[in-house]
Design a protein around this ligand. Structure first.
Ligand SMILES: [Zn+2]
Length: 454
């Protein structure tokens, strides 16, 4: 008997050959199922030849592994139909061992489909399909604790994808294929205990707002501060770019070079930087006015209350000169449409999604660098890696049905069991500790991404 190189109890090795790159193993099944797929009976079958199978297995010692095994063909006597017996350890649909299927799923989180396909001796598309099934299984067990403060954001990976976060816990709760309203609606409806959510931070995307209003009418919507505040800089940049038409190329280049200083808050500039900025502002009065508007716009977030913030905004809006109205219009439009939700930021919680910005930047880079990445793999890597999950223990009160003991039931009940109605069930309240998954921990994830190989 040759060495059992496979280490699979369901397959008995008869022989094996070895080349520089491959192992070829001849094996017979130790057992097989006689269950007829046509009628569901298994008691009466007779042999009806063999079907030679060529099955892939885990790469071993750096070589591809191929198993040659004959699957018994059986004839079912009751229904007079033939079928191929299933062999344990073999995924008959794929002509792979079941352990190879699981291995490919796990490997795909760290290596490209092309690399895996090459190692196993399959094509890339098969590796991709095996992974998709693996991810679907993980998805079926996927459950995250409903956040108290929910965040809805997006990230551009090929197209705009939805990113759902737990703002209070700094975790990623889910990543959605796209950010369509229907997708957001379906996600929100899938949440357990939606009544636990008090706030939802988002940027100014109508689909988000409408979905939340429809499914979670009790939740306070808060527009992310940074999305509103950065519009001040975007307006200033529009003014700068528009000036291009009237300036010499040399001046344009200098202005472009210093644009990062212009978009910095004035109080964050060093003395040297301040000199450069004032130089530009004194030379071009329109730029000076736009800069002043930008700085005063940012001051809205320096105040404490909703009322002060609104007053600061309205005063600011009244000072936009006609020649800058167009450049600053996106701001006035946003404040007209989203005012209530922008001002909600000034309530106690100061809800902001700002921490997802660094996540977005790093993930985008990983997506662009890794040629083997698809959104599906990236999502699985982020959401399903066990080591990245933030867990917590919560104590919960649960009602448990009290077991009835013999003496509680009584003789009467014993005798008339069939005709006496069930007695009222008794409940006990017990405290249990439940381990919850709060989502993928962002600080841990950000540290981990730097080490990703693809
Ligand atoms: Zn049958």
């Amino acid at each position: 008997m040759p060495v059992n190189i496979l280490n699979l109890p369901g397959l008995q090795v008869l022989d094996f050959k070895e080349t520089d790159t491959e192992y070829h193993v001849k094996a017979v099944p130790a057992a097989h199922s006689k269950l007829c797929p046509h009628c569901g009976l298994s008691h009466s079958t007779i042999g009806h030849g063999k079907l030679p199978l060529f099955v892939r297995d885990l790469p071993t010692h750096g070589k591809r592994m191929m198993i040659h095994v004959d699957a018994p063909r059986l004839l079912c006597k009751p229904c007079n139909k033939t079928f191929t017996a299933t062999i344990p350890e073999i995924d008959a649909n794929r002509l792979m061992t079941s352990r190879l299927v699981g291995w490919i799923g796990r490997q795909a989180l760290d290596y490209t489909f092309a690399a895996i396909a090459e190692q196993v001796g399959i094509d890339e598309k098969t590796a991709r399909n095996v992974f998709s099934e693996y991810a679907a299984k993980l998805q079926a067990d996927f459950k995250r604790e409903t956040p108290v403060i929910l965040g809805i954001d997006e990230i551009y990976l090929g197209t705009a994808r939805g990113v759902i976060t737990n703002i209070g816990e700094r975790t990623v709760v889910d990543m959605l294929e796209n950010r369509y309203k229907t997708t957001i609606l379906a996600f929100l409806r899938s949440l357990e205990h939606p009544e636990r959510i008090t706030h939802c931070g988002m940027d100014m995307w109508r689909g988000y707002r409408e979905a939340v209003q429809e499914v979670l009418p009790h939740v306070a919507i808060v527009v992310d501060k940074y999305h509103v505040a950065r519009m001040g800089n975007e307006a200033l940049e529009r003014v700068r770019r528009k000036m291009k038409e009237t300036l010499t190329p040399r001046i344009n280049l200098g202005l472009k070079h210093d644009r990062k200083l212009l978009t910095k808050r004035k109080h964050d500039l060093t003395d040297h930087q301040y000199l450069i900025v004032t130089g530009w502002l004194n030379s071009f009065s329109l730029l000076g006015t736009a800069y002043d508007l930008k700085e005063r716009y940012m001051q809205i977030w320096d105040v404490e209350t909703k009322e002060e913030a609104l007053a600061t905004y309205l005063n600011w809006e009244a000072t936009i000169p006609p020649e800058l109205a167009k450049a600053f219009r996106p701001i006035t439009v946003a404040w007209r449409t989203w005012r209530k939700y922008i001002l909600n930021y000034f309530d106690d919680k100061r809800v902001t999604n700002a921490f997802t910005e660094s996540f977005n930047a790093k993930i985008r880079r990983a997506y662009q660098n890794g040629h083997g990445y698809s959104f599906e793999v990236l999502r699985a890597k982020i959401l399903f890696s066990d080591a990245l999950q933030k867990r917590s223990k919560v104590q919960e009160q649960v009602k448990v049905k009290r077991k009835q003991r013999f003496e509680d039931v009584g003789m009467e009940r014993m005798c008339f069991e069939l005709i006496v109605a069930e007695p009222e069930p008794q409940y006990d309240v017990r405290t249990v500790v439940r381990v919850t998954n709060l989502g993928t921990d962002l600080p841990t994830l950000l540290a981990e991404i730097d080490g990703w190989t693809i």
